[in-house]
Structure formats: C-alpha cells, structure tokens
Design a protein around this ligand. Sequence first.
Ligand code: MN
Length: 302
Amino acid sequence: MASSTIRYVPTRPTDLGGMTIRRVLPSRDRRLVGAWCFFDHAGPVELGATGAFRVGPHPHIGLSTFTWMIEGEILHRDSLGTVQTIRPGQVNLMTAGRGIAHSEESPMPPPARLHLAQLWIALPDAVREVEPSFEHFPSLPVIERDGFVCTLLVGETLGRRSPVPSHTPLLGMDLLAQAPAETTLPLRADFEYAIWVLEGEAEIGGERITNGTLVDLGLGHASVALRVADSARLLILGGEPFGEAPLLHWNFVGRTHEEIVEATRQWNAGERFGEVRGFDGPRLKAPEIPPGVRLSAKPNPA
Ligand code: MN
C-alpha cells in the first residue's frame, strides 16, 4: 500500500435542528468517491433532547438516495405511495431518476437515539432519467473478519455480494468492532475509496483518525490496514471513478443549469414530482436560483 497517496480531509459539523450533522461529501477536496456524491453523517444523538426528526416532502432527480440506519427508526413516505419504516441494520434505496418526492420522520413516539448515514449515488447519464423506484433491504450480508463485524451495504468483497443494486460499480461496507481488532482489507486498484469513522477512533493506513476526518485513499491501493484499540464503527465507500461531472444543487443532481432551473420551477409549481401523502406538515420550497447566477458542475480535484 502506497500510504503517501492517502489524504486526510477535515470536515465541519453543522447543527440541524439540534442534531449534529457532518457533511462528508461533497467537500472542497473530494466531490465524489466513485458515484457516491453526497454523504451526511447524522448523530448519534439522544432524540429526547431535540425532539423528533422530521424532513417534509421534497423532490430529487438524477440520483439514488441510500440510507444506512445504525440506531433508531425513520418512517419514509414517497410520491410512489411507499410507506416504509427503516430500522437498524437496514438500507433504503430510492432511485429518483426523472423525479420523485419523499418525506422522512421519526415514528411517534420517537426512539431514544438516532444515528444514520444518508448518502446519494449519482446516476450515470445513460440512466439518470429512469422511472423512479424505491426498495427496502431488511437484511444484508454480514461477514466476521478479525474482530470486525462487516455489513456489506452495496457491491461485493470478501467473497460476498450485497443484494442492493447499483448502476455503476460501487462498494459500501460498515465495520463494527467491539474490542481491539486489526485487519487488512483487500481493495480493488481500479476503485477509489474513502473511509469515515462513524464512532470511536481507528488507525487507518498508519494514522490515528477520529470522527470528523475523511480518509481519502483515492485509486491504486491493493489493500488497507485497519486497527482499533477499543470499540469503533467505520464506513468504507468505494467505486469506479464516475467519469462524469454531476451538478449538485439543493436536492437535485443534474448536468446543466437549465435542467436544475426547470426542476426548481416544476417542484415549486406542484408539477412533475407527484404528491407525498400522509405527512403532517408543509412541503419544502426549492430555493429560487437568482437571476445572473449560472450553476455549473464542479469537477473532482485531481
Ligand atoms: Mn431526500
């Protein structure tokens, strides 16, 4: 492993209604890892102090939302009519394609704690206007390796394959250790990877990392060494370099200024995205793009 190529990218916490969120992707120094184009790490938080988690109906285009539930529960509703509770150890995959709307809320009474990873996967140009769809994955392959419990969220590694589909080659894996543990994970040299500490701390590629720093491995690694001195939880993301420059704006992933302007207009006019039924609250308004502002995709820094 050429550890000289590993970069350590700091992130800043944001407060969202009393809950600490880390916006891991996109960041200035790393916009995409494979097709993973957005990653918010929410919690862990005691919900008692902050009230329930509620995000009103809002639209998406051009991406799949990927929810990995670690603690607590969230109720998902969407404009296809889906009503689905997600619980720890489960994944929700919602492919927006040409357009979908959804809401997310704590069931009542809310569970005591909430901890989740909310990710977006950019859809490649050939399929980014597919029909919207939603899939819930109640269980995923679990691999025990050198003291780590590895849950394979998407992709294939260590001889197993996740049932969660993807339009581009991807990897997502949660690694949980409850005592000191040490392993070497095989990697694909043609994938780029990043590792995030969800809880605790870890030694990754020889550096001690806590929550808040993204370990950006990039391409060309055959393996990575992981060591924890106490209980810790890590998330490894990987994928083939995406090869397109997506334009992220609000909840939309597109390619051009014009299509983002049009999606904004359509959502705010109540067109295109359908209705989310059953959510007790207002839909979110898409921020208007000010005249004179020209949206453009930001390429991944070299
Ligand atoms: Mn959403």
